[in-house]
Design a protein around this ligand. Structure first.
Ligand SMILES: Nc1nc2c(c(=O)[nH]1)N[C@H]1C(S)=C(S)[C@@H](COP(=O)(O)OP(=O)(O)OC[C@H]3O[C@@H](n4cnc5c(=O)[nH]c(N)nc54)[C@H](O)[C@@H]3O)O[C@H]1N2
Ligand SMILES: Nc1nc2c(c(=O)[nH]1)N[C@H]1C(S)=C(S)[C@@H](COP(=O)(O)OP(=O)(O)OC[C@H]3O[C@@H](n4cnc5c(=O)[nH]c(N)nc54)[C@H](O)[C@@H]3O)O[C@H]1N2
Ligand code: SF4
Ligand SMILES: [Mo]
Length: 685
């Protein structure tokens, strides 16, 4: 009879791209992870994980985990592979990469990665060193947040604000462009606390999401009109004496110009017309916001996935400066807390190794980079593609074109993955990557102020390896002999921590698993010189004129409005996250894909009637880029003129998913993606 080993508990952190960055404990018995337990006394995790990560053990031990290197044996995209050894894989990949460098130059190799893991080590450390040493093209990682964060930086000089657990004392909370209960669920306990003390919850979203339903007030504006709403509200704040002149005088640059701008240009009626809202609604919002000192706005990324997304965030970001809400701890606004983390990313990534003049390719334009070599993106065509931490065949805009690029027989593609994603199907080589239970990592967060350490709980599944180790081995195979490729993951973590200014310690992190990077109850942007040209909050930001934008916040018409001809039958399509998935991650986990059900499309009864469509109909959503099928749900949750399809499913059904119709147009600031600025027609399938 064998003796049962004692369970071992290891503390880790959720690696996914989510503002909550939850801490959990993994129980391991006989080398097998048996339980994932949320940390109960973590101030943000508070003893619960989300629907998705509650299934993380199923994900880790899934039958479809990639467990060995795989070499393609069939046509691209068909998923025919044979297993191979690491030695064979590394030898062949290094040979192919060297031959591409010889015939086309190193810049014809493109890394493509995003946030499959948010860890500093497994996201970009050895990988960045590898590509910088190789001299590969640089990738602008703009698919998610760059419009909003660029706008925030030009306004405040850094990205910070109250963390998820700090907002419970506010009397008014506004959730702006975010489906909190799905994409930021650990903000909810503090929202509940505030509401228990009488706070009002407002949700600003064109869709009646589960979050909008749970709010006291839902403002269902027209997609892409947020800047107009913020400027209309500001008009009332200045007109009716709700502005905090003391705060503005002390902390803001150009506020009198802003005041004159909104008073003369942004009547409530003009804003209401653009937002397609009753003027009273804007009035009501402004009155509430203006008469509440302790207010908090949670901006999130949904509102900035439109052409004018940067300008929208910028206009909204100035609201707490006008009322002086920043004066109160836990009040003001948060888009991201990312500037609070001072890890030494340069030591990890070695940008000093980048050859001078290396071209940059915007990840949102992968379609052009792969299908129009020598055009669009400038410089040599892309002949080698190394994908890790991302699933571009599903997540990138204009996916029909992206997939036709991935299918090019003359493109050498390596995909480092945990699963056979849609992207992996197009690879020449698939390399097996570890999950968070199997590797070391260090995490910042973007919705709170706790850094976290992830300690591996189990040995790697199959022959999988951490990204860092894969790039170490690739470097060796490429004959890169720099000592920097010899550093271990723990050494990399120490290097990153050394840059954190003594705020964090290995001792605390390894004992507790997480540690605050700044004291709780911080009042943001109220003291000291800010990192803007004026040193103050920039109501006037002259730096924006470099982007062809006005220095004062303004409204920019969405692509869909510019392109839609009056009287046309086009609708604006929103494709926000599905509750049960994380972007395209978890879509292959049977219990979660079953819970999510088939792809649906939400449509207002008015739009359904004019198209003679009924609830339950099989419909096709289309434009000149592509199409995807869905089951119609006729519901007032979608406002007239706007339809919604939650994403992002894999192409198991042969379709290319919602991104078949999205375009690769870029936002006004940050060259971000414009996923939600998409015009489509909908008809019977
Ligand atoms: N369950 C789950 N959680 C996630 C993710 C996931 O896929 N699934 N993804 C993670 C990632 S990577 C991110 S970036 C975040 C994203 O999460 P959020 O920042 O919340 O952003 P989105 O989900 O893109 O959009 C949220 C809401 O914005 C609304 N919206 C669309 N257009 C507009 C507009 O013009 N104005 C306004 N006011 N609202 C608009 C949409 O209807 C949607 O309800 O969530 C993270 N969390
Ligand atoms: N239409 C539409 N498209 C969108 C969005 C939308 O709202 N609508 N959202 C956009 C947003 S906000 C984002 S952030 C992007 C997200 O785009 P991605 O960052 O590509 O997100 P995922 O789909 O989660 O794919 C991540 C992949 O990384 C893999 N992975 C996880 N951990 C590791 C690891 O340690 N090593 C390796 N090698 N692989 C790992 C996972 O298995 C997964 O397949 O999608 C964007 N696309
Ligand atoms: S995805 Fe977000 S909510 Fe879910 S466990 Fe991870 S950090 Fe927490
Ligand atoms: Mo994202």
């Amino acid at each position: 009879m064998s003796r049962m080993a004692l369970p071992i508990v290891t503390r880790g952190v959720c690696p996914h791209d989510c503002p909550d960055t939850c801490s959990f404990d993994t129980t391991v018995v006989d080398g097998v992870a048996t339980r994932l337990t949320p940390v109960a006394d973590h101030p943000v995790t508070r003893g619960f994980l989300c629907t998705k990560v509650n299934r993380y053990l199923e994900r880790t031990y899934a039958a479809d985990r990639v467990a060995t290197p795989l070499k393609r044996v069939g046509p691209k995209g068909t998923g025919e592979f044979r297993t191979a050894t690491w030695n064979e894989a590394l030898a062949d990949i290094s040979l192919r990469l060297k031959s591409i460098v010889d015939s086309h130059g190193a810049q014809s190799i493109l890394p493509y990665s995003y946030a499959g893991t948010m860890g500093l080590i497994q996201r970009e450390s050895m990988s960045a060193r590898f590509f910088h040493r190789l001299g590969a093209s640089l990738l602008d990682r703009t698919i998610c947040a760059s419009a909003g964060t660029t706008a925030w930086m030009h306004t405040y000089g850094s990205c910070d604000g109250p963390g998820a657990e700090e907002i419970g004392e506010n009397e008014l909370i506004i959730l702006w462009g975010t489906n909190t209960l799905t994409s930021n669920p650990h903000l909810w306990p503090a929202i509940r606390k505030a509401r228990d003390s009488g706070a009002t919850l407002v949700c600003i979203d064109p869709l009646r999401t589960r979050t909008a339903r749970a709010a006291d007030i839902h403002i269902a504006l027209r997609p892409g009109s947020d800047a107009a709403l913020a400027l209309g509200v500001m008009h009332v704040l200045f007109r009716d004496d709700h502005a905090d002149a003391g705060f503005l005088n002390e902390r803001a640059h150009g506020w009198e110009e802003l005041r004159d701008h909104v008073l003369t240009q942004w009547s409530v009626e003009r804003a209401a017309d653009l937002c397609d809202l009753p003027p009273q609604e804007i009035h009501m919002l402004a009155k509430r916001y203006g008469s509440t000192q302790r207010s908090f706005i949670r901006f999130n990324y949904g509102m900035q996935r439109h052409l004018g997304g940067g300008s929208a965030v910028r206009a909204g970001a100035l609201l707490p400066a006008v009322t002086g809400a920043w004066r109160h701890p836990g009040s003001g606004a948060t888009l991201s807390t990312s500037s609070a983390y001072l890890f030494d990313k340069e030591a990890l990534q070695r940008p000093d190794w980048i050859p001078v003049g290396t071209r940059r390719i915007n990840m949102n334009q992968l379609d052009e980079a792969l299908t129009k070599p020598d055009a669009g993106v400038g410089g040599p065509g892309v002949h080698g593609l190394v994908v890790y931490n991302s699933n571009p065949a599903t997540v990138a805009p204009n996916s029909v074109a992206v997939r036709s690029g991935l299918a090019r027989e003359d493109l050498f593609t390596v995909v480092i993955e945990q699963f056979m994603t849609d992207t992996a199907h197009y690879a020449d080589w698939v390399l097996p990557a570890t999950t968070q239970l199997e590797h070391h990592d260090l995490h910042a967060a973007y919705g709170h102020h706790f850094a976290s350490l992830n300690t591996p709980a189990i040995a790697p599944v199959g022959e999988s390896l951490p990204n860092s180790e894969i790039f170490r081995r690739l470097a060796r195979a490429m004959d890169f002999d720099d000592p920097e490729f010899g550093q271990s993951d723990v050494e990399l973590i120490e290097l990153a921590l050394a840059g954190a200014d003594g705020h964090l310690s290995w001792e605390v992190l390894s004992k507790v698993g997480y540690e605050r990077v700044q004291p709780a109850g911080q009042r943001h942007y109220t003291t000291g010189r800010l990192a803007t040209p004026s040193g103050k909050i920039e109501c006037v930001a002259d730096t924006l004129t470099d982007y062809g934008l006005p220095a004062l916040p303004d409204f920019i018409e969405p692509l869909t409005w510019q392109q839609t001809t009056p009287g046309s039958t086009e609708l604006t399509l929103l494709t926000p996250p599905q509750h049960e998935f994380l972007n395209s991650s978890f879509a292959n986990i049977p219990r979660l894909s079953k819970a999510a059900g088939e792809q649906t499309l939400l449509m207002n009864p008015v739009d359904a009637q004019t198209r003679e469509l009924n609830d339950g109909d099989a419909v096709l959503i289309a434009n000149d880029r592509g199409s995807f099928p869905a089951r119609l749900i006729v519901t007032p949750d979608a406002r007239p003129g706007t339809v919604a399809a939650f994403g992002l499913r894999w192409a198991g059904d042969g379709s290319t998913g919602v991104n078949a119709v999205t375009g690769s147009g870029l936002t006004d600031l940050g060259r971000g993606a414009t996923f939600y600025d998409t015009a489509v027609t909908v008809g019977h399938r």
